[in-house]
Design a protein around this ligand. Structure first.
Ligand code: PA5
Length: 444
């Protein structure tokens, strides 16, 4: 169960302001539930935890087993909402130094030539499968990566074996990936029309790679279901999603324009990446929206600590506090105390990490950086399911509080238009000349 701790907010916000926003949050949640708010044709994610059928989960599990039987590696090809959720859950739950099971590699999440060329070289003598994921089926980055991976696979295994090793996740009807999947007779999982990319972790987009990595999707979905029940049944004063949305918006209104998601557990690094996309793409519109940033402490205390402590007071933190590690070890006393650490001998490393967190929170609070703490008992597929749904729900509410549509991303098109123009894509010839001229002007 997720708890919100507000000790490092004391005195930073007026109680009256928080209560007013909490009441508004509750009205925004009503709009999500009744599907009467902006972007209401993209609210399929709200009911996903309870609408996923056992047969769907079994189908995904069966495919995951097929991948595990065939392959040492699974290459997940996708970008943005088509890979970040899976990566967040996989990296949170898998061993740091995995020695068994299918290893997950990623492709098509950027355009770096070195990375993709090395990946192709690396895979030449490895047994691998591919899960290519794109809702639109036309996104350039994953489409380019898939083109070369498909070629490698054809060469390595032969065209008649493609359907055993390539699985696609895309729209039910449209897009180039759907066409390709049909042409090669690939097993294809569908992304529901009313679920946008960054809200799709609880569809096959997230579930297939997570299952292939050997992580329990049953527990993950059960966690999401539990959080669905929590947001539905808890009164607003103890509803974690409404509280989170309300506090962060109260802070925003008080001039804190940047939210830093802090973790003290490096396995949560990609959860922050997923969260940044979820909140950034959902809220950053019409010249509004909190800037979502993230740090991993204590590592980043040695790089960003100074900035956070002393910069202009435009920041607040939301800290993911994990109460129990999966593993721990006790610090041994050493005779003569050569490194001066005997004062913590007998304590566990997780205790030291917790004390570092408490000390940092207090230092930041006293320096004028408020923090709200999001406490989870431990990192597990279940708690990740709770977290995913918690953040999605709070994001929907928060977007409505800001009076933007949290389910579209019109701003993403601007860069694509220029890129297509510069690459000479059909239909962009005139735009190409204009963009080249503008660039020349800027350099001249
Ligand atoms: O949230 C979104 O909709 C986007 O971030 C998409 O997930 C991302 O652009 C990838 O799109 P697609 O799945 O169509 O390839």
């Amino acid at each position: 169960m997720i708890q919100i701790n507000t000790r490092f907010l004391k005195g930073m916000l007026s109680q009256q302001d928080v209560e007013t926003i909490l009441q508004q949050s509750s009205e925004c949640a009503k709009r999500l539930e009744e599907k009467t708010g902006l972007g209401n044709d993209f609210l399929g994610w709200v009911d996903l935890p309870s609408t996923i059928k056992t047969t769907q989960l079994e189908d995904i599990q069966a495919t995951a087993r097929q991948i595990q039987n065939h392959s040492e590696y699974l290459v997940v090809v996708g970008i943005g909402g088509s890979y970040l959720g899976a990566r967040a859950i996989i990296e949170a739950n898998q061993a740091f130094f995995p020695t068994q099971g299918v290893k997950i590699l990623y492709a098509g999440h950027h355009l770096d030539a070195d990375y993709h060329a090395e990946l192709l070289e690396f895979l030449q003598d490895k047994d691998f499968s591919i899960n290519v994921i794109s809702k639109s089926g036309t996104t350039t980055e994953p489409a380019l990566a898939f083109r070369s991976l498909l070629k490698l696979m054809q060469k390595k295994y032969g065209s008649d074996k493609l359907a055993e090793r390539i699985f696609s996740t895309t729209d039910a009807q449209k897009g180039a990936l759907k066409k390709l999947s049909d042409e090669y007779n690939l097993k294809t999982f569908t992304i529901p029309d009313d679920v946008g990319g960054r809200y799709s972790v609880l569809t096959p987009v997230g579930l297939l790679p997570i299952a292939a990595a050997g992580i329990s999707i049953d527990e993950f979905v059960t966690g999401a279901k539990a959080m669905r029940q929590t947001v539905l049944t808890q009164p607003k004063e103890s509803n974690p999603a409404l509280l989170y949305a309300s506090y962060r918006n109260a802070l925003y209104q008080s001039g804190k324009k940047i939210e830093i998601l802090v973790n003290y557990n490096p396995r949560l690094f990609y959860l922050s990446e997923w969260w940044k996309q979820l909140y950034g793409e959902s809220e950053g519109k019409q010249q509004k929206g909190i800037f979502p940033a993230s740090v991993s402490f204590t590592s980043d205390l040695h790089s960003m600590g100074q900035y956070i402590q002393d910069v202009e007071r435009i920041l607040f933190e939301s800290v993911l506090q994990v109460q129990q590690p999966q593993k721990d070890f006790t610090i041994e006393p050493v005779q003569g105390d050569p490194d001066g650490l005997n004062y913590i001998a007998g304590k566990t490393l997780s205790y030291v990490n917790e004390r570092a967190g408490a000390g940092t929170g207090l230092a930041h609070y006293e320096g004028g950086v408020p923090a709200l703490e999001i406490e989870i008992p431990k990192i597990s597929p279940h708690s990740c399911g709770e977290l995913v749904y918690f953040y999605e729900y709070a994001c929907g509410v928060s977007g409505y509080l800001l009076q933007v549509n949290p389910f579209d991303q019109p701003g993403v098109e601007a860069y694509k238009k220029n890129m297509f123009a510069l690459l000479g894509k059909k239909g962009f010839e005139q735009a190409g000349k204009e963009v080249e001229a503008k660039l020349k002007n800027l350099s001249g």
